[in-house]
Write a protein that binds this ligand. Structure first.
Ligand SMILES: C[S@@+](CC[C@H](N)C(=O)[O-])C[C@H]1O[C@@H](n2cnc3c(N)ncnc32)[C@H](O)[C@@H]1O
Length: 257
């Protein structure tokens, strides 16, 4: 039987393999543990701690139950969360492909989008969770959301995309991560790729594990976290030329002292 390790102290993860055995840190919760598809809050906490300073702006275009907003508040950052189907009052209604934000105005964009059509998030026909991970339309929609994130980021601002591959027994494997990574790499400069260990309860269910062994397929044990940065192509200001203090005569010729 797979054993969960004890909940360790929350700290910045030093390697590219991230693991924390709880959806929430501290005594309370971030976001809503009843929300299907909520993001483990330590992933967002690590992104915020590494890539922003207190007072800076963090945006989540697929905000779900508001985990990013709660972590932003805990860490003294400003947070804005958008979703087609706002789950609570501080989440603003908007499509991740067209956000009501100025170009170059955000320090960190974090997103955990739908990975296909296996979760019913809302009745909104624009929900990307209505598109199958086997349908090119899903990747076109996500390409637009990633492009929009790149637009709103400040030059030098950071981006985190938390995503998982998809598998359905009858259809097979859908490499969602690698395909979305192509969009990230097209729009932004890749900083690193992290593998985040999943602790979903379904991974521990005996019948799921037996089905995976007997059917010779794999349960999804990790998520990707793609970390990228908006290039800062602004020209570096030239230093002011030093004033020439050497003595000259009235014709502008240097005078020896
Ligand atoms: C995996 S959940 C996000 C979970 C969230 N990070 C949390 O911790 O609760 C994905 C969210 O994307 C939203 N969504 C789907 N399509 C969207 C779109 N086009 N624009 C904005 N939000 C969208 C869904 O309503 C859902 O809340």
């Amino acid at each position: 039987m797979h054993q969960r390790p004890n909940k360790p102290q929350l700290r910045v993860q030093p390697t590219t393999l991230w693991e924390y055995p709880s959806q929430h840190y501290g005594p309370g919760q971030q976001g809503d543990q009843k929300y299907v598809g909520a993001t483990p809050s330590y992933v967002i906490w690590n992104m915020i701690e590494r890539y922003t300073k207190p007072g800076e702006l963090v945006v989540d275009p697929f905000c779900g139950s508001g985990t990013t907003l709660d972590v932003a508040t805990d860490t003294g950052r400003k947070g804005r969360g958008f979703d087609l189907s706002p789950y609570r009052a501080d989440i603003e209604k908007a499509d991740a492909r067209k956000l009501p934000l100025e170009t170059g105005s955000v320090d960190l964009v974090f997103m955990d989008p739908p990975y296909g059509d296996h979760i019913d998030y809302s009745d909104d026909p624009s929900c990307i969770g209505k598109l199958s991970a086997y349908d090119p339309k899903y990747f076109q929609a996500m390409h637009r959301a990633i492009s929009e994130a790149a637009r709103i980021l400040k030059p030098g601002g950071h981006f985190g995309l938390y995503v998982c591959d998809y598998f359905e027994k009858k259809v097979g494997f859908a490499p969602v991560g690698f395909q979305l990574f192509m969009s990230v790499a097209e729009k932004l400069k890749v900083v690193d790729i992290v593998s985040v260990v999943r602790h979903n309860k379904s991974l521990e269910l005996g019948n799921h594990r037996k089905a995976a062994e007997e059917g010779n397929f794999f349960l999804r044990g990790f998520n990707y976290l793609f970390i990228a940065q908006k290039p800062d192509n602004r020209p570096v200001p030239k230093p002011e030329p030093k004033p020439d203090l050497r003595a000259r005569d009235r014709h502008g010729r240097l005078v020896k002292r």
